[in-house]
Design a protein around this ligand. Sequence first.
Ligand code: FES
Length: 162
Amino acid sequence: MYVPAPVGAVRRVGIVYDGTRPNPRWLSPMHLKRSDDHHHGPPIVPITFHLEDPEGLTGTEKKEWTVMGGEGESLLEVAIDNGINIEHACGGVCACSTCHVYVERGMDQVTEATESEEDRVEEAPGLRRSSRLSCQCEIKGTGPIVVRVPAWNRNAVKEIPH
Ligand code: FES
């Protein structure tokens, strides 16, 4: 459902929105930047998502989802395509940290973090060694991959009047 952005600036996850561009909170998953410009392998890589807030992410009580992804797809794309609505305030361009996840298994099955991802993920609450931005992790192996989606990402995107 489209909800118009409020008048006036709002701040979200340290980013100030001044009304000159859409507030990402009102973007639908349709606006996710996809890695369609390069080859995706067949969906043969098993990825298990452990959801700390399954109701908020999927509208269900189901905490564990095992889905299939393909080489070249990001973990965020795979999640969104399977109805797991991980926040992605910037649309998947490494400009926020709302898509923060923990890669608990299979870190060597996804692309390494770039310097810009490392800088950005430091803004995420609950940082761990396994922290990654799911929009920047592209599948490069055959899995399996296990990902935990923390609950606080959703809580971190409440607007604060500016
Ligand atoms: Fe913004 Fe991943 S969606 S960094």
